[in-house]
Design a protein around this ligand. Structure first.
Ligand code: 13P
Ligand code: SF4
Length: 332
């Protein structure tokens, strides 16, 4: 049966009131799904805030690694996802490719004991577990600088996976040397060795886009996410995670123009006036947009019927080490 969005919202609210559930939505979700969230935020906030929540079910509207992070941090919670949609960047690495990256460093004379791996939270639990087992930790775009500042004190080579842009951007900010596996450079000469993964959405933003907006609207500010290419971040006025971007943009004077380089849904929702999407190509994250109101309704209905769907399960060993990697980050 086909329902209108208004009918679906009503049904969703009825089920939310009846069941022990918390609906969680990431900033990049479609507006109508975002609106249904009891908890909304960036990937780190969602994982931390759901940990402190006491509903039996977490219904996670986002991408796979985010739902997994909630499950890893709170193994006793039942986590279901209206769509188990996987972030394109997280799919660019798995435990085998992680091992190959470690081997690449070893083949260049760097011993395993001298490698400190750090994984961006945009990776699946198996990669987080590998990182945890090697003494490493997770970071997010909001705390990457703090995590790397701590890690660098250990005097080891940092293997940063999977986002080369975030790794390079932090290295540039901190005056550290970075290289990318596969770029032909000698890893011995770099402080941070980045895996060659990237976000297909944030790759859309270019320096040409920035030049276009600066010429069209003199005085405009440019704000971008650190998953953008380093050339784009270097040419920006502000670089920050989704929460940091929201804070920066909403605190601007009303007549200040700003062009923003991150996912479409979030930028579109930010300010009615004077906020532009920094690309002529719509930067919509395909997997974030997969979750619909109907999926959310079907997922809640399945809980109500006693047959939850799309529940996240993680094997014991992966759970243990991924949790250690996440908790090392939270401790900082
Ligand atoms: P945040 O960690 O800022 O929520 O970003 C997640 C993400 O997928 C950005 O593309
Ligand atoms: Fe992944 Fe990029 Fe989508 Fe973020 S915007 S969830 S990094 S594909």
């Amino acid at each position: 049966m086909q329902f209108t969005n208004e009918e679906l919202k009503q049904k969703i609210n009825e089920l939310k009131n009846k069941l022990s559930v918390t609906v969680v939505s990431h900033f990049y979700q479609r507006d109508e799904v975002f609106e249904m969230g009891d908890i909304t935020g960036d990937s780190l906030e969602l994982a931390v805030r759901t940990r402190d929540d006491d509903a039996e079910f977490v219904v996670f509207c986002g991408v796979g690694f985010m739902g997994q992070s909630v499950k890893v941090l709170s193994p006793n919670k039942r986590v279901v996802m209206p769509k188990v949609a996987c972030c394109a960047m997280a799919r660019m690495i798995d435990s085998m490719y992680f091992d190959d990256s470690v081997k690449f460093l070893q083949d260049n004379g760097i011993s395993k004991e001298n490698i400190l791996p750090i994984t961006y939270i945009n990776s699946n639990a198996d990669v987080k577990a590998k990182v945890g087992e090697m003494g490493g930790m997770v970071c997010t775009s909001s705390n990457a600088k703090t995590i790397i500042t701590t890690a660098i004190k250990e005097g080891k080579k940092i293997l940063f996976v999977p986002d080369r842009c975030l790794g390079q951007n932090i290295a540039n900010q901190m005056g550290l040397k970075s290289c990318v596996i596969g770029d032909g450079e000698n890893p011995n000469e770099a402080d941070i060795i980045c895996y060659n993964g990237f976000c297909s959405v944030h790759q859309l933003f270019t320096v040409d886009d920035i030049n276009f907006y600066r010429k069209k609207y003199p005085g405009i500010l440019i704000a971008t996410h650190p998953e953008c290419d380093p050339s784009v971040c270097d040419a920006s006025d502000f670089v920050g995670s989704t929460s940091q971007l929201i804070k920066y943009i909403t605190e601007l004077p009303e007549d200040q123009k700003v062009a923003v380089g991150t996912e479409f849904n979030m930028v579109n929702r930010l300010r009615a006036k004077n906020t532009y999407v920094l690309s002529s190509t719509k930067p919509e994250c395909p997997t974030m947009n997969e979750t619909t109101l109907e999926d959310l309704y079907v997922t809640l209905k399945a809980i109500d019927d006693g047959e939850p769907i799309n529940e996240i399960f993680i094997d014991e060993k992966t759970q243990k080490w991924a949790k250690i990697a996440l908790e090392r980050m939270l401790a900082l």
